[in-house]
Design a binder for this molecule. Structure first.
Ligand code: 13P
Length: 308
């Protein structure tokens, strides 16, 4: 099956009160783990790639890896640019076969964000590609973007409705208290569900997106630390909150930290337990299997997208 757009995925997810997992595809083993999980769970997926990952892997290598993933499975796969920082990056991804792009103008003033997003929408739609916009600023660290709690802003519901109307975006990333990276909450986790309900009420039928949604399982934080890591006071979004969000118009939920965490935990354990080993396949293989188990768990137990 060729790459597909997320349009139909989101329509079905909205009506079925579930969400599609958008997993950051940072290298071959991660891609294979995610796609293997989708195959096992018969689930549609979004493979998302940031520009930093495109540069790290070389866009040409990455495109071929994704092509191989598409050719070796029969599940629906959407290829999405995560956090496109400007028009040129989005255009480049549209031109090289991505079926969805995100333009992240969330650091701009409202009117400037609208102008930039509208420009990307015009180009992408002319080429049959869907666009995710962002309004509100998430705290946390993602690649080169680092935003402090003080600089973070929640999405204003009225502005969200106006933004969607004026830009023509196909989905919107909103800020309701999630955060990129492993350090999401200092005390009890809390998401602003009243705000989410207001946004959903003003945008009925419209797909919303949750970034910064990793749950940062204690089990894998402890495993990292037990085998030489130093990840302190990490805390993620409880899984039941993600399930609730999926029933309130959130159709795409992003995960990167959890994949990186579980793979690193696995590799750290391997190094400590097998000091004589030096073949990368010996530790990347178990890392890939751990990614697959983590992604399958999310599809089945959190997102509700298995067999959809
Ligand atoms: P996490 O850091 O919570 O995995 O979020 C990833 C993300 O939103 C990528 O855009």
């Amino acid at each position: 099956m060729p790459l597909v757009s997320s349009k139909e995925m989101f329509q079905k997810a909205y009506l079925g009160h579930y969400a599609i997992g958008a997993f950051n595809a940072n290298n071959m083993e991660i891609i294979q783990g995610i796609v293997g999980a989708a195959q096992k769970e018969a689930s549609p997926i979004i493979l998302q790639v940031s520009n930093e990952t495109r540069q790290y892997s070389n866009p040409a290598y990455l495109t071929k890896l994704i092509e191989a993933a598409v050719n070796t499975t029969d599940v629906a796969i959407c290829l999405h640019l995560d956090h496109g920082a400007n028009y040129e990056i989005c255009k480049d991804c549209v031109d090289s076969g991505y079926t969805s792009v995100m333009i992240d103008g969330s650091n701009l003033a409202f009117e400037e964000n609208i102008t930039l997003t509208r420009r990307v929408v015009c180009y992408a739609h002319d080429h049959g590609v869907v666009v995710e916009g962002e309004l509100g600023r998430l705290a946390g660290k993602k690649d080169d973007i680092s935003i402090s709690n003080q600089d973070a802003t929640m999405t204003d519901p009225e502005q969200a409705a106006e933004f969607v109307e004026r830009t023509g975006v196909d989905s919107l990333a909103i800020a309701i208290g999630t955060k990129h990276g492993p350090y999401k909450f200092e005390d009890t986790p809390r998401l602003d569900f009243d705000r989410l309900k207001k946004i959903t009420a003003l945008l009925p039928g419209f797909p919303l997106v949750l970034h910064g949604a990793s749950s940062v399982p204690t089990e894998f934080v402890e495993m990292c630390n037990q085998y030489g890591g130093a990840i302190k006071r990490a805390q993620g979004v409880p899984e039941d909150m993600l399930r609730d969000a999926a029933k309130l118009g959130v159709c795409k939920i992003n995960f990167e930290t959890d994949l990186n965490l579980v793979m690193t935990a696995c590799i750290r354990q391997f190094f400590v337990e097998n000091p004589e080993q030096f073949d990368p396949r010996a530790y990347l293989g178990p890392g890939r299997a751990a990614i697959m188990a983590m992604a399958a768990h999310k599809m089945r137990e959190v997102l509700g997208c298995s067999h959809k």
